[in-house]
Ligand binder design. Structure first.
Ligand code: PNS
Length: 172
């Protein structure tokens, strides 16, 4: 049987409902979808890779054909190792296009076998990004409905911890 496996790569710091929307769409057209988190500490993430694996695993547990993995090095090497035929990426707005085109063409140059497939998330998530979520949440704004419940809980816990650490530093 010819199983079509795809990789949905990203930083996912943190997972948003826009990412989840794309995962649901990808799970419908591919036999198996691997959500692959880049292990790149140089990006100074809010959540550790282990925390992100945990959150994505919880949020995708209802999808039988979705799994979660981590990778470092070249994405095309990870895709080859996993026997994947496609990379899935989301395009929210025209502003995403240039960066995505560059990556897709570079990945094609590195591995001609691998296709990049672009999908659009639901319009209601077209302005949602992990960066904005972190920013709004840190400043006390509501991100209700924009992230899965477990992500909202972890964000609240992290912001409370950071505030406590900061007040202790000020006292010292
Ligand atoms: O969610 P992001 O941060 O836009 O995801 C970017 C990601 C992880 C897909 C990209 O940085 C990546 O593939 N990095 C792995 C290194 C690599 O293969 N670089 C060459 C591809 S252009």
């Amino acid at each position: 049987m010819n199983i079509v496996k795809a990789i949905y790569p990203g930083t996912f710091d943190p997972l948003t409902n826009g990412h989840l929307d794309l995962i649901a769409r990808g799970a419908k057209i591919f036999d198996h979808l691997i959500v692959a988190i880049l292990r790149n500490e140089s990006k100074n993430p809010l959540f550790s890779v282990a925390e992100r694996v945990e959150m994505i695993t919880a949020a995708t547990k209802s999808f039988e054909n979705v799994s979660v993995a981590t990778f470092d090095g070249l994405l095309v090497d990870f895709a080859k190792q996993q026997n994947a035929k496609a990379l899935l990426r989301g395009i929210r707005a025209i502003s995403d296009y240039e960066y995505e085109l560059q990556m897709a063409l570079m990945n094609r140059r590195l591995s001609g076998e691998l296709e990049t497939v672009f999908m659009m998330p639901a319009e209601k998530y077209s302005y949602v990004s992990s960066r904005l979520i972190k920013n709004v949440f840190r400043l006390g704004g509501s991100v209700d409905g924009l992230v899965p419940p477990m992500v909202a809980e972890r964000l609240a816990a992290r912001v409370a911890k950071d505030a406590k650490d900061e007040s202790q530093t000020e006292i010292q």
